[in-house]
Design a protein. Structure first.
Length: 211
């Protein structure tokens, strides 16, 4: 445990507030920032040696890296807490949540725009689709159709260019060079936009797994 009078504790409290803020905004109505700051502080207090490893560094640049790493760790703990609170208040269990991986989304886009929904079962394995499996009732067409519907909805949130590049890359299977010619940009820029689009899709689909 970190003692309350330890000089490093003041910085931990400040970093805990930074870690908690975006999670509180994302799960507004289910948790508040004060509770999440407390969660982050408790997490840090149980890991005194690790916290010191992050924050006690000679070089300013290394210290910034350590602060960033600690914030990420505390934010992950805050999100776990927030998801549990949301699940309890919404009437489901945290283990019912599903987290999409980029490789999974890429395959689903291929199915939507190239493979055809009728062949989805040959391409997608529901047992290996993400961190946790979210089972759908038969009335919704099963897991695979639910995955496809989720991704189709997320794709609609992308701007026109990002949508076109994402679909061109993973739906039509075009090369970065070919897509770049279509949009008048470099292959490197196509890579950047498509990866940014994938991050946006993952966020729209519920975000990365905090576990």
């Amino acid at each position: 445990m970190i003692a309350a009078d330890d000089p490093i504790w003041i910085e931990v409290i400040e970093l805990a507030a930074v870690a908690a803020r975006p999670v509180a905004d994302r799960f507004k109505g289910f948790v508040d920032a004060d509770d999440l700051r407390q969660v982050a502080c408790e997490y840090a207090s149980r890991r005194k040696r690790k916290v010191e490893e992050y924050l006690i560094r000679d070089e300013p640049s290394e210290r910034k890296q350590g602060e960033a790493a600690l914030i990420v760790a505390m934010r992950r703990e805050c999100e776990k807490f927030a998801r549990r609170e949301k699940a309890e208040r919404s009437g489901y269990r945290p283990e019912d949540e599903y987290f999409y991986r980029p490789a999974t989304v890429e395959k689903i886009i291929e199915v939507i725009y190239n493979g055809g929904v009728e062949s989805a079962g040959q391409i997608l394995d529901p047992a290996d689709m993400g961190s946790k499996r979210k089972r759908k009732p038969a009335s919704e067409g099963g897991d695979i159709l639910a995955f496809i519907a989720d991704v189709e909805m997320a794709l609609k949130e992308l701007d026109t260019r990002t949508y076109g590049i994402v679909v061109g890359r993973w739906g039509d299977g075009l090369t970065l060079v070919d897509i770049g010619r279509q949009w008048g940009i470099s292959p490197q820029r196509v890579e950047q936009i498509s990866r940014r689009g994938m991050r946006q899709l993952i966020e729209a689909l519920g975000g990365k797994s905090p576990y």
